[in-house]
Design a protein around this ligand. Structure first.
Ligand code: ADP
Ligand code: MG
Length: 259
């Protein structure tokens, strides 16, 4: 049965979508069965997976609002070797429509329950806000990965985010865990980044992934080629970092299983 992981941070531009697409591709490259759910109306994860968000028959909207069977919605032809539930502007309409539905917080959880057995990991790319879509992602997930940039005020924002996650969890999903905190767009020559990184480790201990995602232009270029970075430039530091992250996650989960 799949472990379901939301990739969330209410701040925009911290590397959620980049991490979702490239982690999904890296995990798929290790022969795991992966589903990526694009819950952001911007549809960047969809485009970055080589799928045209304007040209999909079904999206997360149909899953959340119309109860369409997931098998009908899931796209199996992506450039990253994983399956995809697409996101696009329709997902904004889903957010509005869900507001008047019974059990609105649990729509995604109930839908994913139908396909959970078919995957090793399901990753959910969240929008940069704490709306009903994000609440659905939190309710459906076993854990959350929080990507963050090591910049001034990052720690303050992170503490606020952790509080929000635990408040949300206490209502919709008391078992929700923090899977890990991921340092993104990291520049080791930047002193402030190093300071923030040290504070982060001090506060959150081994919740902070040892793997660091460097600032790498290949990661920013890859989406315009509609592919995860490992299929655009496999020798880039970005491709190596996301493969290392997948490895670290798998080692961690083996350790937990063995314990
Ligand atoms: P979010 O989903 O949190 O809004 P994105 O993943 O879309 O963030 O990243 C924001 C922008 O930064 C995008 O243009 C993306 O290509 C770029 N980016 C993300 N991670 C990196 C990185 N490690 N190095 C360079 N550019 C990056
Ligand atoms: Mg995004």
């Amino acid at each position: 049965m799949a472990k379901i992981i939301a990739i969330a941070n209410q701040k925009g531009g911290v590397g959620k979508t980049t991490s979702a697409v490239n982690l999904a591709a890296s995990m798929a490259a290790t022969k795991r069965k992966i589903l990526l759910v694009d819950l952001d109306p911007q549809g960047n994860a969809t485009m970055g997976s080589g799928v045209d968000k304007y040209d999909v028959e079904y999206s997360a909207y149909d899953l959340l609002v119309d109860d369409l069977p997931p098998e009908k919605i899931i796209i199996t032809e992506t450039s990253g070797g994983f399956d995809l539930i697409a996101g696009n502007g329709d997902v904004t309409a889903a957010e509005v429509k869900m507001m008047e539905m019974y059990g609105r917080e649990l729509r995604l959880k109930n839908a994913l329950a139908k396909v959970k057995d078919n995957y090793d990991y399901i990753f959910i790319d969240c929008p940069p806000s704490l709306n009903m879509l994000t609440v659905n992602a939190m309710a459906a997930s076993d854990s959350v990965i929080v990507p963050m940039q090591c910049e001034y005020y990052a720690l303050e924002g992170l503490t606020a985010l952790m509080d929000t996650i635990s408040q949300l969890a206490s209502v919709v999903n008391p078992d929700l865990k923090i899977e890990g905190i991921l340092r993104t767009m990291y520049d080791p020559r930047n002193r402030l980044a190093n300071d923030v990184s040290e504070q982060l480790k001090h506060h959150f201990g081994d919740k902070v992934y040892r793997t660091v995602i460097p600032r790498n232009v290949r990661l920013a270029e890859a989406p315009s080629f509609g592919a995860p970075v490992m299929y655009y430039d496999k020798s880039s530091s970005g491709a190596k970092a996301y493969l290392a992250l997948a490895g670290e996650m798998l080692r961690r989960s083996n350790k937990i299983k063995a314990a």
